[in-house]
Design a protein around this ligand. Structure first.
Ligand SMILES: [Zn+2]
Length: 330
């Protein structure tokens, strides 16, 4: 667990340097740390899940709920998880990964149904495969519109560099040519929007905080809440310029209210199933952080970590600033 946290942390620095300019001198992770990290993947939780037979250079697939396939990227430090959710008539791809592997080819092998895409939010590790799709839902926010233009190689080359990888890149992808391709949202939606896949209705709940366009997707019938980055087991990143802590707290409250009949959380990183009770712990944790009751552990370079409870599977990674910090204006 500590190795994993550390590995994510090195990435954090890089992203932080990218966002805030040239002030960071931090070196990427030492080789032995990444080697250690890679040795532990896929995480032990995956041994309990039903693996879907599929030969891929990049992805591993798991059946995680009726009609739901987790599309996991276990060989890269983000450990992104996208989900293919199938109804009787249509399918929804919830997130499209970091764009290193060809997710559209995987999805084609899993279903013949018409596919739409919805992203849990518009960070680059969740929209990487959007370019391959025409039907893309997006929250009606300026952030969502802004992010459609993608990212140039200089912004995200690190994601395809040796220090981010546990195995060689898929054929044709290099550190030098990896980019976040642009895409076009075809339908902007609002909080409460229902996506009907045929005998399977998914409700979109706007949960800003991690980003202004963060959302969770609820499948009441099957007791599932797809949480994106609003909850996952691991260090929850709350440091980006677009992160708003007060909104994040409110969104956790909404998620808890909506989780009465929820059996599983399905997060967008690390492991695909989590206990909904953890939302209550996350809310208590962020409240204590905002109230100044939690003790920050310095990570250097202007960053701190809050360990809510050593027994819990998550921590908060934040900027070392007076709280509650607000979103930076662009
Ligand atoms: Zn993410």
């Amino acid at each position: 667990m500590f190795t994993i946290q550390r590995t994510h942390f090195y990435f954090l620095f890089l992203l932080f340097c990218f966002i805030f300019g040239s002030g960071c001198q931090h070196k990427p992770s030492p080789a032995e740390s990444m080697a250690e990290f890679c040795q532990k993947l896929p995480r032990p939780e995956y041994a309990q899940l039903k693996r879907v037979e599929y030969n891929s250079e990049w992805f591993e697939l798991y059946d995680v709920a009726p009609g739901v396939t987790a599309i996991y990227e276990p060989f890269q430090w983000q450990e992104a998880i996208s989900y293919l959710i199938q109804g009787d008539d249509k399918a929804l791809l919830f997130d499209t990964g970091n764009g290193i592997g060809d997710i559209a080819t995987v999805v084609k092998a899993l279903t013949n149904k018409p596919i739409s895409v919805l992203n849990s939010h518009s960070h680059y590790d969740h929209v990487g495969g959007n370019y391959a799709y025409k039907n893309i839902y997006g929250m009606n926010t300026a952030f969502t519109r802004d992010r459609q233009s993608g990212h140039k190689n200089a912004d995200i080359a690190t994601e395809a560099s040796k220090q981010a990888l546990c195995k060689p890149l898929p054929t044709g992808v290099t550190e030098e040519n990896h980019i976040g391709r642009s895409y076009q949202v075809s339908e902007f939606i609002e909080d409460g929007h229902i996506i009907d896949l045929g005998n399977r209705k998914l409700q979109v709940v706007h949960t800003p905080g991690h980003t202004p366009d963060a959302l969770v997707l609820i499948d009441q019938k099957h007791g599932l809440m797809f949480t994106g980055d609003s909850y996952y087991s691991g260090p929850i990143w709350l440091y980006a310029p677009e992160t708003d802590l007060a909104q994040y707290q409110k969104s956790l409250e909404i998620m808890i209210q909506k989780s009465q009949n929820i059996k599983h959380l399905l997060p967008a990183h690390n492991t695909p199933l989590a206990d909904p009770k953890l939302l209550v712990k996350a809310l208590a944790g962020i409240k204590s952080v905002i109230a100044g009751e939690a003790k920050p552990v310095s990570q250097g370079e202007g960053m701190v970590k809050y360990v809510v409870d050593k027994e819990l599977p998550f921590t908060f990674l934040m900027r070392d600033e007076e709280l509650p910090y607000k979103r930076y204006k662009k």
